[in-house]
Design a protein around this ligand. Structure first.
Ligand SMILES: NC(=O)c1ccc[n+]([C@@H]2O[C@H](COP(=O)([O-])OP(=O)(O)OC[C@H]3O[C@@H](n4cnc5c(N)ncnc54)[C@H](O)[C@@H]3O)[C@@H](O)[C@H]2O)c1
Ligand SMILES: O=P(O)(O)OC[C@H](O)CO
Length: 325
């Protein structure tokens, strides 16, 4: 099986490594010539996944036309750029496995909806779950949701993209898998704020639990299934990303919690903290759907520069309510 990968960041590179170790032919498209040269010459992605010895069978290219003959393409560009990159790619009917986590600003579309609009003939699948790229690339055990509405294709992809240390759990709930991954990035910023502001571990656990309630309300309103949201791509990824400074989103939140501005923290950043881009569009989408998302609203205010003490004070001052509400 020939696997194409669009996106030479940490996650695209780690997934290319999994596929190559599984014996697949892998071509990775990267936007940066430095990444292409580094992978082809030194079998390392020195920009985005430094220190990991990549399989010498991975070929890198800066030419999207090189992906025209693939059996499946993993789409691992940041969510805000998936539409533009896919529009330039010769996809036809090649199955697209979306691996970015986010909601497109402006259109409020999930990444799968973006891909369907650009390439209506291409079957869509999603890989999402608790997956720090450096751990996957190091061969540490990892499990993901692989969602595809076409059960037969989903099972084929789940089998072919799995590896001994990379377990794929098939699902047909594409929207559910996507919503978990998009929303957890926003909540992880909030958990980072709790850490950075020294609000304690009780507060972090409360934010994870009430954040999960938020994710569930929004997901159900957008057609996701509850069991998907409670699975690897929802709760699983929420717990991971809310627990570790290995998360770019959590780390961004730590900086905000210490009083730094989002502009300063995001300036000149080469790696992506998706939650910063998803938060405002998630807030809009939630308001459209009349779903109450107070933590998401709070993260947006923090990203806009509101003082941490004001935002936390306002969250705590909301009227008490039932836990199921
Ligand atoms: N890193 C992880 O552990 C991990 C795990 C699971 C999912 N993801 C998701 O994968 C996606 C990619 O993240 P990553 O960690 O591989 O990236 P990264 O932070 O390692 O690298 C940034 C990437 O953004 C790309 N980029 C920057 N500007 C761009 C533009 N204008 N057009 C197209 N591409 C542009 C760069 O080429 C590079 O590939 C994100 O949605 C992320 O949430 C990441
Ligand atoms: O570093 P983050 O916050 O983008 O998280 C990476 C992955 O999404 C974790 O599953």
């Amino acid at each position: 099986m020939k696997i194409g990968v669009i996106g030479g960041g940490a996650w695209g590179t780690a997934l290319a490594q999994v596929a190559a170790h599984g014996g697949r032919d892998v071509i990775l498209w990267a936007r940066e010539t430095d990444v292409v040269d580094s992978i082809n010459a030194s079998h390392e992605n020195s920009l985005f996944l430094a220190g990991v010895a990549l399989s010498p069978t991975i070929r890198a290219t800066d030419d999207l036309a090189a992906l025209a003959e693939m059996d499946a393409i993993l789409v691992v560009a940041p969510a805000q750029h998936v539409g533009s990159v896919l529009a330039a790619a010769p996809i036809g009917r090649i199955p697209l496995v979306l691996c970015a986590k986010g909601i497109e600003a402006g259109s409020k579309r999930l990444v799968g909806e973006v891909a369907r609009a650009v390439h209506p003939g291409a079957p869509i699948a999603v890989i999402s779950g608790p997956t720090f790229a450096h751990e996957v690339a190091a061969g540490l055990p990892t499990a993901v949701t692989l969602a595809c509405e076409d059960t037969a294709l989903g099972e084929r992809l789940a089998t072919r993209l799995a590896a001994r240390h990379f377990r794929t759990y098939a699902s047909t709930d594409v929207a559910g898998a996507e919503i978990g991954g998009a929303v957890k990035n926003v909540l992880a910023i909030g958990c980072g704020v709790v850490e950075g502001a020294g609000l304690g571990q009780n507060a972090r656990a409360a934010l994870i639990a009430r954040g999960f309630a938020e994710m569930t309300r929004f997901g159900l309103a957008r057609g996701a299934r509850a069991e998907t949201l409670a699975g690897l791509s929802g709760l699983g990824d929420l717990v991971l990303t809310c627990s570790s400074t290995s998360s770019r989103n959590f780390s961004l939140g730590v900086g905000l919690g210490r009083g730094d501005s989002a502009a300063t923290l995001l300036a000149d950043r080469r790696t992506v903290a998706e939650g910063a881009f998803t938060a405002p569009v998630l807030r809009e989408a939630a308001r459209d759907a009349r779903v109450d998302m107070p933590i998401t609203e709070a993260v947006c205010r923090l990203l806009e520069g509101a003082p941490v003490s004001d935002v936390i004070g306002d969250l705590l001052a909301r009227p008490l309510k039932g836990e199921a509400g």
